[in-house]
Design a protein around this ligand. Structure first.
Ligand code: C5P
Length: 222
């Protein structure tokens, strides 16, 4: 019988706009992992709440989530600060978190065969969704730098935003994500801290690559 390939599972948690998405994408590309930005799932639900109020009920959400695939999370409309703020409100809801749980588990543990594993980023990935991940990272950066990055990102997307408003909304989201009762953002003891404040994207990627390569080389394929 053929040996079953051991999947590489990477779990990342981070506060908003710390650069986790960029890094997770680069890591996924390099190691051929399925990438899931779990924040997009909460953003999609928030988008429904904002724009399709009448449809915002458990039954509709259940069918939406049942038919969910990573491609339909790539909608640029999900990227606004308004949607992000609403996402952090609905993310406090235990029932909603339960609804999206199994989609995340499937992506993490059963990625399509063409991939070598999975890489998920979010707020509760390292301790709730993929607690047995092979690699766990907590990616952060100081508040002003995160706000600046987010502001530039919104400008590039041609979305109206002031630096001050972006700073305020990230601060508010941090407060809510770190302090909520259900699945709060936290750095687990077994996560490696990467502070991206003074590092280029390339430098951050190389830091993570070094950590992953070392373990892969030491353990054969893992
Ligand atoms: O990562 P992103 O900023 O797109 O996430 C939007 C919001 O979704 C976060 O502020 C957080 O409240 C929520 N979220 C969460 N758990 C995750 C991912 C995102 O609660 N795993």
């Amino acid at each position: 019988m053929k040996n079953k390939k051991k999947l590489i599972k990477v779990a990342i948690d981070s506060p908003a706009a710390a650069g986790a998405g960029t890094l997770a994408r680069a890591v996924s590309k390099h190691y051929n992992l399925l990438y899931l930005d779990t924040g997009k799932i909460y953003r999609m639900i928030a988008f429904i709440k904002i724009n399709q109020k009448k449809k915002f009920n458990q039954k509709y959400l259940k069918t939406k989530i049942k038919n969910l695939n990573i491609k339909n999370l790539q909608n640029k409309k999900l990227l606004s600060d308004e949607v992000g703020n609403e996402a952090s409100v609905i993310a406090k809801n235990k029932k909603i978190r339960k609804l999206v749980h199994s989609f995340q588990i499937d992506c993490a543990y059963k990625p399509p065969k063409k991939f070598n594993g999975s890489c998920l980023d979010g707020r509760d990935i390292t301790y709730k969704i993929v607690p047995d991940a092979d690699f766990k990272f907590f990616i952060t950066a100081n508040l002003k730098i995160r706000a600046k990055r987010r502001f530039l990102e919104l400008k590039n997307l041609k979305k109206k935003a002031s630096f001050f408003d972006v700073l305020k909304s990230i601060k508010k989201r941090d407060k809510s994500d770190y302090n909520r009762k259900v699945s709060p953002l936290k750095k687990t003891k077994d996560s490696i801290l990467i502070n991206t404040s003074n590092l280029s994207k390339r430098a951050c990627f190389l830091k993570i690559k070094k950590i992953i390569d070392k373990k892969i080389i030491n353990n054969g394929n893992l």
